[in-house]
Ligand binder design. Structure first.
Ligand code: DX5
Ligand code: ZN
Length: 220
């Protein structure tokens, strides 16, 4: 049933002193995408990494780089992340008043454009974006930190967005981020998700465990 689900390890839970090696290790362990959490200490209460780190990691893997921007303002940084090697760039409508413009800009930069919805943001936010976007990222925790618990109310939202996407007839990925383990992975996929972000559940146990951790998220 989970066949076809893609796993996107979040490097937020990797060993930051050995990031290049960590990226190579999850790629070798079967990761489909690499999820990069960018935080500004303003839109979310944590600081992480910028485009220089994305650029430094780029030669370490051919996997799509799935860059999740939790920063406000976001528009001034889109070009830098595109140039650094992002393949997918995801923005939050909550981070600024002009998310449609941000999406247009990401596409003009030749990248796939995603929108991320916080736990309290309704699916309805997508009504006038669905014809423009390539990905929806449902936050199943409040953004800012790894290792939080999955918020079960988001399953209903995932299902509602699955219906919207199917109705649109467009190839839009439905990705879920936060508190994903083998159990919540199954629930998210049953609700309609097709890409799962996992930080803690991928990186726990160190490199020797990554392949088994990723397989467990696929339900194997
Ligand atoms: C939270 C980030 C997530 C986070 C997921 O703001 O967007 O990607 O790293 O971490 P886990 O899988 O540990 O919940
Ligand atoms: Zn994320």
């Amino acid at each position: 049933m989970q066949q076809g689900v893609r796993i996107a390890p979040s490097i937020l839970s990797a060993d930051f002193a050995r990031l290049g090696e960590e990226v190579r290790a999850v790629a070798a362990a079967g990761a489909d995408w690499l999820h990069v959490d960018v935080m500004d200490g303003h839109f979310v209460p944590n600081l992480t990494i910028g485009p220089a780190v994305v650029k430094a990691l780029r030669p370490h893997a051919t996997l799509p780089f799935d860059v999740h921007l939790m920063i406000a303002p976001v528009d001034p940084f889109l070009e830098a992340f595109a140039e650094a090697g992002a393949d997918i760039i995801t923005v939050h409508p909550e981070a600024g008043p002009h998310v449609h413009r941000s999406i247009q800009r990401i596409k003009a930069l030749g990248k796939r454009a995603g929108v991320s919805l916080n736990p309290a943001t309704p699916a309805k936010m997508l009504d006038y974006l669905i014809d423009e976007i390539d990905l929806v990222l449902v936050m199943s925790v409040n953004p800012g930190f790894g290792g939080q618990s999955f918020i079960a109310s988001q399953l209903k939202k995932i299902a509602a967005i699955r219906t919207m996407i199917d109705k649109s007839g467009r190839a839009i990925d439905l990705e879920v981020d936060g508190g994903i383990d083998a159990d919540t992975a199954r629930q998210a996929v049953e609700a309609g998700a097709d890409v799962l972000v996992a930080g803690t559940a991928t990186f726990r146990g160190g490199p020797g465990a990554y392949a088994a951790n990723i397989a467990a998220l696929r339900g194997q």
